[in-house]
Design a protein around this ligand. Sequence first.
Ligand SMILES: Cc1cc2nc3c(=O)[nH]c(=O)nc-3n(C[C@H](O)[C@H](O)[C@H](O)COP(=O)(O)OP(=O)(O)OC[C@H]3O[C@@H](n4cnc5c(N)ncnc54)[C@H](O)[C@@H]3O)c2cc1C
Length: 400
Amino acid sequence: MSAQREERRQHHVVVLGAGYAGLAAAVQLSARTRKRADVAVTVVNGQERFTERMRLHAAASGQRLAELSVPELLDGTGARFVRGWVTAVDADARTVRVDDERVLRYDTLVYALGGVADTAAVPGAREHGHTLDGAQDAEVLAERLARLGGAGTVVVGGSGLTGVEAAAEIAERHPGLDVVLLGRTEPGATMNPRARAHVRAALDRLGVRVRAGVEVAKVLPGSVELVGGESVPADAVLWTSGTRVSPLAAAAGLTVDERGRVVVDAALRSVSHPEVYAVGDAAAITQGYGVMHGTCQGGMPTGVHAALTILRVLAGRRPRPFRFGYYHTPVSLGRGDAVVQFTRPDDSPRRVCLTGRAAVWYKETVTAAPWPTYGRMRKLPASGAFWPRGGRFTRVRKAR
Ligand SMILES: Cc1cc2nc3c(=O)[nH]c(=O)nc-3n(C[C@H](O)[C@H](O)[C@H](O)COP(=O)(O)OP(=O)(O)OC[C@H]3O[C@@H](n4cnc5c(N)ncnc54)[C@H](O)[C@@H]3O)c2cc1C
């Protein structure tokens, strides 16, 4: 058979995005289809380097990230890697356009483009603020902080966990800088009182000035204006608040929620286009306790589940519902301190938490885990298929 005819007979799975969730899907799928000629897997990502988003706050304060190569990871699995930025998805023609004008055809699409900080929420945040959306953004901020020469004010907008981690890291690494953390809620608001108190004490020890209960109205060159008119001087602003996803899914006509995330059924297939699976931060995934929020702990299982479901469907079997329950919230507080809040499957805090050295070790173990996990999955795909299913918290929906 000619190569062209064989290619036409193959089932083409295209994975968009090689972050935590997309790579989990790609490795799981390619490891299980390595010896099959009837399935072809292509992975498209903006960069060859795997972005360890969970370390970007450390990178922003000047620490170096490891060079982790996605093509090297996929080498030998049979998956093809395409470096490029996706510019459009045509859900009717089942094609994907990449920025160099290449067009890739798919039979099944795994949409895993992640999310970024919502700089559109506040005027000026995009123009005058930094973000931790990618390694390059973190490096640009690191250079800016270094140029301040140990004097000046850094405002971190958003008191969620990314804001807390970034403020602590910057304050520890640049003790001469005045770090101000602005947000609607107390840092660690979702944690139990002990963990929350630990977060606050660590920020105080590092000299971070916390302003909770405030709303940012605008980011200007050299300052941040709060609702009510107060102006907070800023030599650099880091914006961490909210999440925005790529507009590509909505533009393609996929059903999306109010935040632009692809709405999926219980098996992680788009409700409007069942040949499209959406995983990670780019997907609106409903569990018994509500819609999942973006984390790596939940994102990787979504990728694995999508891969397993694609193979079940190709084998003519019924898909199984995705079930996931949260189990922890590990938060770094600089390099020498951390807190780990253990949670119920619905992400509500348990009474147990770790602090100090034990928490630092735990957090680093969790942060370092994804890359070796992909390596193990390449050889033993089943090793990636274990995660907490959430028990009674997720025993609500059935696969459609
Ligand atoms: C500073 C920070 C700390 C965090 N800490 C934690 C933590 O401790 N624990 C935790 O669970 N979660 C943490 N998170 C959240 C976690 O990083 C995300 O939930 C996770 O990255 C989501 O995985 P994903 O695969 O959906 O998206 P991503 O990991 O963001 O991957 C998306 C990929 O798609 C690529 N991409 C996007 N658009 C395009 C395009 N148009 N064309 C081609 N490629 C594209 C991106 O370059 C990227 O490689 C943290 C996030 C940040 C920013």
